[in-house]
Design a protein around this ligand. Structure first.
Ligand code: FES
Length: 118
């Protein structure tokens, strides 16, 4: 029996096909929860789609940068997500196939710059 039967931590869903629907993983552990991840999860769940699934997870090991959201199977990370940004993530990334660059987690994703070397 689990030590904490009221909470099931999700390490990482097993998605191994590029044809698989996307899965949105929203951290619900302490630090992210304190930063509002429950409302982020609720916002995703309020927009159900056959194109993606949504789950709450245990700690994604990026504490203090949350709420953390991870999109699988392509392993895209978003950080500091607010509920009002969820619609953009759904429309642009999950349905439109284009990552929302300004919300990407820079630890794992480099962002294009507009700096000129001239
Ligand atoms: S509490 Fe969310 S990444 Fe650790």
């Amino acid at each position: 029996m689990s030590k904490n039967p009221s909470f099931t931590a999700v390490e990482e869903p097993k998605i191994d096909s590029s044809d698989s629907p996307k899965c949105v993983v929203v951290c619900q552990h302490r630090r992210c929860a304190n930063l509002g991840s429950r409302d982020v999860l609720t916002a995703f769940l309020a927009n159900p789609s056959t194109k993606f699934s949504v789950i709450g997870s245990g700690c994604l090991k990026q504490c203090g940068n949350g709420p953390m959201v991870r999109i699988l199977p392509e392993k895209t990370w978003y950080h500091n997500i607010k509920p009002e940004q969820v619609t953009t993530l759904i429309k642009q990334h999950l349905l439109g196939g284009k990552p929302v660059t300004q919300l990407l987690y820079p630890r794992f994703h480099t962002q294009p710059t507009n700096h000129s070397t001239d």
